[in-house]
Write a protein that binds this ligand. Structure first.
Ligand SMILES: Nc1ncnc2c1ncn2[C@@H]1O[C@H](COP(=O)(O)OP(=O)(O)OP(=O)(O)O)[C@@H](O)[C@H]1O
Length: 309
């Protein structure tokens, strides 16, 4: 069966070292724990969608190396189609080397590697899958022009486009607004895109309006524990959709859980109102913040209340 949710995006291997304190330049410190995690916004969003039961395909590039091999296995374990996961010898799998001290502060070095080699040819090879999807999801951890091309291909076939402008670019190509049916960003990204800091719901309404005016059909600004602000061409009065109160232990990757969940609802429950889809996606992302890690915190359908489906 054709994939209903298709993600064009990144895979990153997280290399995490826990230390008492962060090393100074030139210094070596002893860590007490090391682990490898699967990350990258594209893969994260695809994994969350797949765990809710979506038929998914990820279009991405990893290295022909051990991290790349492990990543492909991870995607398969999550039931994601890897038909368009390309393994290249021209660059290493993307990595995020992360050092975290005992106060939770971190330093991070990201090397996008193979992610930046995903190109037009890869999209053309996958065009059948993109054009038969219900929803196409893109972010900005690959070459932005490739994300934009994927959005255009999807739009030309009537596929719903969900764009997450992360990490944000101050000089985002204005065409991204035009080709995004849904433009979903967090507070920081909204600030970079509009120049307006988002400190409260009023600010979120303001940035939502500004982004909508740039040409997308619907804007969602995620607001952490506050849930989301939504505004659409159909209902141009911003609406706050609160998240439930939970005890958060690690909010890393909550935004990707939200986007993956929203893609699932758009593809499988198109008759739900947007507000209801956002409310349900808030519920799923708020489950993810109650466990540590990124993909490791994303819930499976079987473990969620059945009224979410
Ligand atoms: N403390 C929290 N309590 C309940 N829900 C939360 C909390 N933090 C995040 N969420 C849920 O996750 C969604 C996304 O959160 P947020 O706006 O922090 O994304 P983000 O900044 O992109 O996250 P990240 O960059 O860590 O992936 C929120 O809209 C909400 O549904």
């Amino acid at each position: 069966m054709a994939a209903q949710v298709v993600v064009v995006g990144s895979c990153m291997t997280d290399l995490v070292s826990l230390t008492t304190r962060l090393p100074r330049a030139g210094e070596t410190v002893l860590g007490h724990k090391f682990f490898i995690g699967f990350g990258g916004k594209g893969a994260n969003q695809c994994v969350q969608s797949a765990r809710l039961g979506a038929n998914t395909s990820l279009i991405c590039k990893v290295g022909k190396d051990s991290f790349g091999n492990d990543y492909v296995e991870n995607l398969k374990k999550n039931g994601i189609s890897t038909a368009f996961v390309d393994q290249t010898t021209d660059a290493a799998t993307g990595t995020a080397s992360i050092i975290v001290n005992s106060e939770g502060q971190n330093v991070i070095v990201i090397v996008p590697g193979a992610n930046l080699l995903l190109n037009s040819e890869d999209l053309k090879r996958a065009s059948d899958v993109i054009c038969k999807a219900k929803v196409l999801v893109c972010q900005l951890e690959i070459t932005p022009a490739v994300s934009l091309e994927a959005l255009k291909m999807a739009r030309a076939s009537g596929v719903k486009t969900l764009f997450n402008p992360a990490p944000a670019l101050a000089d985002l190509d204005p065409q991204f607004y035009i080709y995004s049916d849904i433009f979903c960003c967090n507070e920081t990204e909204a600030e970079i895109l509009t120049g307006i800091p988002v400190g409260n719901l009023e600010d979120a309404e303001k940035v939502g309006r500004m982004l909508l005016e740039r040409g997308c059909k619907l804007v969602i600004v995620t607001l952490g524990a506050e849930g989301c602000m939504m505004i659409s061409v159909e209902e141009p009065i911003p609406k706050h959709v609160p998240a439930g109160k939970v005890r958060a232990v690690d909010t890393t990757g909550a935004g990707d859980s939200f986007v993956g969940a929203l893609a699932f609802y758009l593809a499988y429950y198109p008759k739900l109102s947007m507000e209801e889809m956002i409310r349900k996606s808030n519920c799923i992302a708020s489950v993810s913040v109650q466990a540590s890690g990124t993909q490791s915190s994303y819930p499976y359908r079987k473990d969620l209340p059945q009224d979410l489906f």
